[in-house]
Design a protein around this ligand. Structure first.
Ligand code: ADP
Ligand code: MG
Length: 458
């Protein structure tokens, strides 16, 4: 096992046993630097974290490591950012939990045809058709059969992660099968802009245009990025016209309809609107479920119906996220060498459920805790030391940390001016109870239910 894999296994397991906030606080920027002669050196960003890992988590980390490497006798923590990419382990967006770098096959370079930029991984066969994408799918399919004079240009639009690139790619791959002699080319608008800028610098714009003029099918993804790029729009317009007048096929995608792309020349907008426009919407439950089953099958991953149903119900807006969730579960399965149980899946997907879109306010959390324990809110936020409020306050601290992601000092200030070590103590204590004590867990769930019910009403 490489150092990286070993540390990944530790992070994955630690993450399951900690709150998101805690995990990020203590494990961000850590990495396994060395492993030799029974001693492991873990690099940590600062002394504070070093102390915490040594005092609070060493036993647990040791236990995990020994499962993989029974010969390890000692773990040392060293301050220093020895690995520049240590943060690569951490999520880009705060609300996404640590995902082991996906061992699942990503689109590999070798799947991409270098001269056309089409990736054979994307096909119509691997695209699930539902009411949300029926029209876009039918249009792409029809165009792949009969290029140039059916729908030209074909303009597909829809939100992020809903399958636009997949459809455009599938179209191109189908064309190369149906019409092997045709010259096809896929490019993202960002790359197109870069190529045009480069050609202007090198005075090779004419050559660039000639290259595009020779195509039978031009596919340009994410055309909304043309917005505000006057020079590029100009050159693209001339390429577009040349192809269009020769009945060559143009296929475009965008995250919005042509009418709402800002700072787009009128002549381009009207060209975009002159052909066929099809949108892709958010998939409904059945489609999400079908996509998940298909992806699981593609990845040869065994997962039961109940779990698929849970994922499809939990993640609703974005297929890329749906796939990301599945990848995370697959990664978990590979590390532990078993199919994750529903309970584990729920834990793994916890962040999606209570994502930032549903983040409650501190007032709502405090009020829900107070209501639950039938005490006045003021008792929680004042410096009262009455015995009956000690525990509710600890619960409130814990929930402010977990659900609102407040820092320890912020929590202290909100709840009776406690210092941050009191807060850390409370959070750790309740966390431990949550893991070991069914009653506490139930209590927390009931309070969370209150919070999120009120959030939905709000
Ligand atoms: P967009 O370009 O709209 O942002 P993508 O085409 O990149 O989205 O799709 C994101 C991911 O979701 C891709 O992995 C794609 O294969 C998958 N996907 C989207 N729609 C479907 C679908 N209907 N069937 C199967 N996979 C899909
Ligand atoms: Mg895309």
């Amino acid at each position: 096992m490489t150092n990286e894999d070993l540390w990944k296994a530790v992070l994955t397991e630690m993450e399951l046993s900690l709150s998101r906030a805690n995990f990020t606080t203590w494990f961000k920027g850590t990495s396994l630097m060395a492993n030799s002669h029974g001693a492991i050196v873990v690099s940590v960003p600062n002394g504070f974290i070093k102390e915490w890992l040594e005092n609070k988590f060493n036993k647990q980390i040791f236990h995990i490591i020994r499962k993989y490497e029974p010969d390890v006798r000692e773990i040392k923590y060293a301050i220093g950012n020895m690995r520049l990419d240590a943060n690569a382990h951490m999520p880009k967006r705060e609300f996404v939990q640590f995902i082991p770098e996906t061992p699942v096959r990503e689109p590999l370079d070798e799947d991409i045809n270098k001269s056309t930029n089409f990736n054979k991984r994307y096909s119509f066969d691997s695209f699930v058709v539902g009411p949300n994408n029926e029209l876009a799918h039918a249009a792409c399919y029809a165009v792949s059969k009969k290029i140039g004079n059916l729908y030209n240009p074909l303009f597909i639009y829809g939100g992020v992660g809903l399958g636009k690139t997949h459809l455009l790619q599938a179209l191109g791959n189908a064309v190369s099968v149906e019409h092997p002699g045709k010259k096809i080319y896929y490019i993202s608008t960002e790359r197109l802009i870069a190529a045009i800028v480069e050609s202007l610098k090198n005075k090779t714009t004419e050559q660039l245009k000639q290259k595009y003029h020779g195509l039978d099918v031009l596919v340009v993804d994410d055309i909304q990025f043309l917005s505000g790029k006057a020079t590029t729009q100009d050159i693209f317009f001339s390429i577009f016209n040349e192809l269009y007048t020769k009945n060559k096929q143009i296929v475009l995608s965008s995250d919005r309809p042509p009418s709402t792309i800002t700072a787009l020349e009128e002549r381009l907008r009207s060209r975009f609107e002159g052909g066929m426009i099809a949108d892709i919407g958010v998939p409904e439950y059945e489609t999400r479920l079908a996509i998940l089953s298909l992806k699981a099958k593609e990845k040869k991953f065994e997962i039961n119906e109940e779990s698929l149903v849970y994922i499809a119900t939990t993640i609703q807006k974005n297929i890329r996220e749906l796939e990301g969730a599945l990848n995370r579960i697959i990664a978990f399965g590979q590390i532990y060498n078993k199919t994750p149980a529903l309970k584990e899946i729920k834990q793994l997907l916890g962040t999606y459920v209570n994502g930032p879109f549903r983040k409650p306010t501190s007032q709502l959390v405090i009020k829900s805790v107070a209501d639950f324990y039938r005490i006045p809110t003021t008792d929680l936020v004042k410096r009262s030391r009455r015995k009956e409020v000690v525990r509710p306050r600890q619960i409130a601290m814990f929930l402010l940390r977990e659900e609102v992601r407040y820092s320890f000092p912020e929590i202290g200030a909100k709840l009776g001016g406690r210092d941050h070590s009191t807060v850390i103590h409370a959070c750790t204590k309740i966390k431990e109870e949550e893991l070991s004590n069914d009653t506490t867990r139930q209590e927390l769930n009931l309070i969370k239910e209150r919070i999120y019910q009120n959030l939905e009403v709000a």
